[in-house]
Design a protein around this ligand. Structure first.
Ligand code: ATP
Length: 458
């Protein structure tokens, strides 16, 4: 028996360098393809042609970047960022050093060779958050990483690292580089006239790309989840400030369920209906469904699919604070669930919308989540709740809502998921203070019923 192998055991020798290089090449085909293509292109067409091609590509990308920020940021920027981060931050010596600093490697007991966790894939959906798929080294578990997140943050020089299991021996590291929101965002101005209100684009705050965060009320119901003090109300108030002239002109009617009787109590004087007790809230919701049925019949009677909004046919908006309390306990929970399901499935065509606020997205509230087409996830207390609000894999894609620190400076910060790309985007809601709430109430109460007609897509 030689020194280098044992029957049924492991060798003390590593595979040869040529085999290790071949294995690396198989794992990184792109790394060979790009230099290979440049080499072949240069040999076949000459360096000038390759240079012209590269220059043209750079000019096209530059022009796209300048001309159409929306499509560039959606399709190109994440790819470029992912490549840059993959090759700059999560590669080679840098990655190894970070793993060494955190003692996140194991050593082969015979060969004495250090085994490092291997980066499989990097996705940088947003400028501030990357998701890094990592294959664990032998002898490591997900726990090895969760126990060392503080050290990982320091080693990678980032704000926060979340760890998620992907499959056996593969984890996802969700790495947040920086906090894009360090300042409070001013409340939206109230439009002077109903004609100026665009229901398809309600300003709610800013997104992490520095753009405006807007959501559509047209054809949608909104679901806002966040632990106590997360800043849920600011989303409701921003919506109401935008709708202010329509509320004043009787073109939007408010139905408010307010079991907490805190801030939304200020809506009582301007609401079409306001309820606080469990019983009154259940009656209000039942009446809302009746109103919805009447609205549908009126539309059908006129043979229309579009609601032409007027004081006679207003939009109705149900604000349900504490959805959990309305749906989970009490004598009326089942009835409320049934009625809200009807609003969710049928209300949009007749202009009956709802905005639901949830402190804790539990199994009682999450099932109704699918009734809501716009979902906002502010700070939550548990990692498992994030996907419950935003949908499967939202946290793995970077929605670290449970990692938002529970401090007043983060109020209003959360995530929404862009439906087309399923990418979570970090947002911050504008803050509407007490004075601005009073201003809204006074503005609406000043009354001045108008007769504007707006076309709302059913
Ligand atoms: N968008 C925001 N930007 C900055 N600060 C905010 C924002 N929203 C709320 N805050 C601050 O956070 C505090 C808590 O906000 P808020 O009451 O809206 O939280 P909440 O999620 O509705 O909590 P609860 O469920 O307990 O009512 C507010 O008093 C305010 O100081």
């Amino acid at each position: 028996m030689g020194k280098t192998s044992r029957a049924g055991g492991e060798s003390r020798r590593r595979p040869g360098a040529e085999w290790r290089a071949a294995a690396w090449a198989v794992r990184h085909p792109g790394s060979l393809a790009v230099p290979g293509a440049i080499g072949v292109g240069t040999a076949e067409l000459g360096p000038a042609a390759v240079g012209t091609g590269a220059g043209t590509a750079a000019v096209v990308l530059g022009a796209w970047y300048r001309a159409h920020p929306d499509t560039f940021d959606r399709w190109v920027a994440p790819q470029l960022r992912s490549w840059r981060r993959r090759w700059w931050t999560y590669m080679g010596a840098r990655w190894r050093r970070a793993m060494e600093d955190c003692e996140l490697f194991t050593t082969h007991r015979k060969t004495g060779v250090d085994r490092f966790p291997r980066v499989l894939k990097v996705r940088a959906h947003s400028p501030t958050v990357d998701t890094v798929w990592v294959q664990l080294a032998r002898g490591q578990s997900m726990r090895s990483f969760t126990d060392r997140v503080e050290e990982l943050c320091a080693a990678l020089n980032v704000e926060r690292v979340g760890v998620e299991k992907v499959k056996p021996r593969v984890i996802g590291l969700i790495v947040q580089h920086s906090e894009p929101f360090t300042e409070i965002i001013d409340a939206p101005e109230m439009p002077a006239d109903s004609d100026a209100v665009d229901l398809g684009s309600i300003y709610l705050g800013d997104d992490e790309y520095g753009g405006e965060w807007r959501e559509s009320l047209t054809g949608n119901h909104w679901f806002v989840a966040g632990a106590t003090g997360a800043g849920k109300n600011s989303i409701g108030w921003s919506l109401l400030r935008t709708l202010a002239p329509m509320l004043r002109d009787g073109l939007v009617r408010l139905w408010v369920c307010d079991p907490k009787q805190m801030e939304f109590a200020k809506l009582a004087p301007i609401a079409h209906r306001y309820a606080a007790t469990g019983e009154d809230c259940a009656d209000l919701i039942a009446d809302y469904v009746t109103d919805l049925g009447e609205g549908q019949r009126r539309l059908a009677g006129r043979g229309k699919r579009k609601l032409s909004v007027s004081a006679e046919n207003p939009i109705n908006l149900l604000i349900a604070d504490e959805l959990g309390a309305l749906l989970a306990y009490g004598d009326h929970a089942r009835e409320n669930r049934r009625n809200l399901a009807l609003v969710g499935s049928q209300g949009r065509s007749s202009g009956h919308h709802m905005v639901g606020f949830v402190q804790e997205p539990t199994k009682d509230t999450v099932p109704v989540r699918d009734l809501f087409t716009v979902r906002v996830c502010l700070r939550l207390t548990a990692a498992g709740q994030v996907d419950g609000v935003l949908g499967e894999d939202a946290r793995l894609r970077g929605a670290l809502a449970d990692e938002i620190p529970n401090v007043p400076e983060t109020a209003g910060i959360g995530y929404v998921v862009r439906p087309r790309t399923r990418t979570p985007v970090r947002v911050r809601a504008a803050y509407v203070d007490d004075r601005e709430i009073d201003q809204l109430v006074t503005f609406v109460r000043a009354g001045n019923p108008g007769r504007t007609n707006l076309e709302v897509v059913a």
